[in-house]
Design a protein around this ligand. Sequence first.
Ligand SMILES: C[S@@+](CC[C@H](N)C(=O)[O-])C[C@H]1O[C@@H](n2cnc3c(N)ncnc32)[C@H](O)[C@@H]1O
Length: 253
Amino acid sequence: MAREGDGSLSEVWARVGSLHRINDLAHTLHFYERWALDYDQDVANLQYRAPRLAVDCLSQAFPGPPHSALILDVACGTGLVAVELQARGFLQLHGVDGSPAMLEQAQARGLYQHLSLCTLGQEPLPSPEGTYDAVLMVGALSDGQVPCSAIPELLRVTKPGGLVCLTTRANPSNLRYKAALEATLDRLEQAGEWERLVAWTVDRWELATSKLEEVPGTSDTDGYIPGIVYLYRKQEVTQVEGVRPSAQPLTGL
Ligand SMILES: C[S@@+](CC[C@H](N)C(=O)[O-])C[C@H]1O[C@@H](n2cnc3c(N)ncnc32)[C@H](O)[C@@H]1O
């Protein structure tokens, strides 16, 4: 397989910058196919901290013992989120991703009990309703990756009262997607499907790939782009006497 390269920081910036400009899912997944072997090294060079920040957020709010929780890592990539989850005692991990080459890298880590190929936005998650204690999706909510219309699918597979943790970038070129995402998250909250526990903006999310992507701030944040971690709790099932809980599919958002 042709590889995307393994060169200097400026090459990493160019590569990740070009990924951020793709807004078509087929091209994005093709890019990840070619990037899989170099992904971990490149994002380390980029000081990509989203997996750690998301798992910190989840583990602080998680109500029970982590070892008995079943967790789904959506768009798991090479498994960086699983590394963080395992470090905090979450051991029962399933993953899905739309790129076979990224899944191969995740498989090689040996941290997931189950991995599946699944393209969000085109097919449902391969799990029954209410399967997981927590669902995470880190680094995949942007144009050309996972569409906002896939969010209800994450809720579907989460247990009532379970947690959903999401991240997105807040750099200039992702602001339109972020606004659409937040509108979707808010509509689900207004519909009583879940409640927001956390919306945590982080200034030093990862290095900017160009001056244009930087958000002017203090010298401390110069050179970085901001990002955000969202944490939601799915509505508990409330059964009113004599009325069966509704099993409406979460569509039309
Ligand atoms: C930036 S990587 C993030 C991987 C991992 N979560 C992390 O934080 O390191 C984005 C991942 O999302 C996957 N992806 C993007 N769009 C997808 C979609 N619509 N369905 C499934 N996977 C998708 C890519 O294949 C890639 O592995």
